[in-house]
Design a protein around this ligand. Sequence first.
Ligand SMILES: C[S@@+](CC[C@H](N)C(=O)[O-])C[C@H]1O[C@@H](n2cnc3c(N)ncnc32)[C@H](O)[C@@H]1O
Length: 223
Amino acid sequence: MATLVKEYFNWLAAMYDETTAACAWSAPGHIANAALPLLHAGQAVLDLGCGTGQSLAPFVDHGCRCIGLDFAPAMLAEAHRKVPQALLARADLDEPRGWPVRERAFDLAISAGVYECLDDPVGFLARVRTHLRPGGALVFTFDEFVPGHPAQGVRVGRADSGIPNPIAELTGWHLRRHSIDRVGAWLEANGFVLHWHHQIEADIHSHFQVPVYYRLVVAQATD
Ligand SMILES: C[S@@+](CC[C@H](N)C(=O)[O-])C[C@H]1O[C@@H](n2cnc3c(N)ncnc32)[C@H](O)[C@@H]1O
């Protein structure tokens, strides 16, 4: 499934910023608002699934040393064009052998709009923990299971929230939606304290024309 997700984002890359603007994609802004007050210039930030750089840019502008990881080369090419100050590398966040960055090196890890794509959401948290300094923060979003919602009322559903997805249409690629009780337990089991979380309107669903709700999470690595 990882290959299909990667090819979807390679296909979308040239239109990603325009399309996300049209559906009012707000997760990168929420992450920046939550995380920038925790940081000062010069600190090290790791963006997991950086895409075209929307989530990375506010931290570069803040004077942080930023690395973005993503597995879609076309998304990374856009990010390199828009945010040339950031270091970028190809990596599969589901890769159990880990990612091509130093352990215990980062003050902050962020991830916007990625968690629901992962095959191994628990292993992801364990890997983030190894790359954070003790006391470092993880600020991320996940696509939430919302009972009764026309798109989010199923835990595993079509990958088309907000952006038309012909690859999902043809292949049956599905997103995994989560709940905070489950994600909170996974965080605790992997060396994090869950500081706070709240629901955000992440974008507008292109078909149902209703808000798509994500959960914004701020957690801290224990010593
Ligand atoms: C919805 S976009 C979000 C991009 C950016 N963070 C933003 O907020 O605009 C999801 C990104 O995660 C990347 N991604 C999804 N699954 C991944 C995986 N297993 N490994 C690496 N990158 C992944 C995709 O290639 C895509 O660039």
